[in-house]
Unconditional design. Sequence first.
Length: 189
Amino acid sequence: MVYRWYDPPRRSQRMSGVCLIRVARRGYDRRMQVKVKRSSRRHKTVQARLVDGVLHVAIPDRFTDAEERHWVTTMERRFRDRQDADRIDLADRARRLVARYRLPSPQSIEWSGRQSTLWGSCTISSGKIRISRRAASFPRWVLDYIIVHELAHLVVPNHNRSFWKLVGRYELAERARGYLIAKAEDAPD
C-alpha cells in the first residue's frame, strides 16, 4: 500500500495500492481528501464512497493515469454536488417562490443526480419537479431561476410567449439565463 499526495502518477511509479489524494477543483476553495485504491481484481467498474470525510475511489489497476485523473475528478464532483445539495432545502425555496411569484405548488421537488444535460425538469401530469444536483453550487439567484422556470411549466407546458411572461416575473431571469448559457458552454464534452 502506497500513500502519497496527488501528483498524477508516472507510469513507472504506478502500482496496486492506495494513494492519498488532495484535489482542489476550479471554483472551489474547499479541498476534499481522496484515497484511490487500484485493484487487480477490479476490471471495469469504478466505485466511490465517502468514509469519515474522505472519498474512497476504487479503480481497476490497468487504468491509465489519464483515466485515474478523469475518474477521481468525476467522483469528487459528484460527491461535492451531493454535499452542496444536502445543504439546500428545495421544498422551502419552492414554497417561498410560489408565494412571491403566484405560481402553483409542485407535488414534489427534489434533487436529481441523473440529469447531465438539463438544469431541471418538470412532469406536468404528476406535478413533480427535479433539479440537477450540479445547480446546487450555483449562486442562489440562479437556482431560484431554475425553480421558477420549472414552476412555470406547471401552468404552461411549452416555451411560448405566456410561459416566458410567467418566468419574466423573476427579476433576475435574464441574468440567470446568461449564467446558465455560460455554464453550459464551459461544460466538458
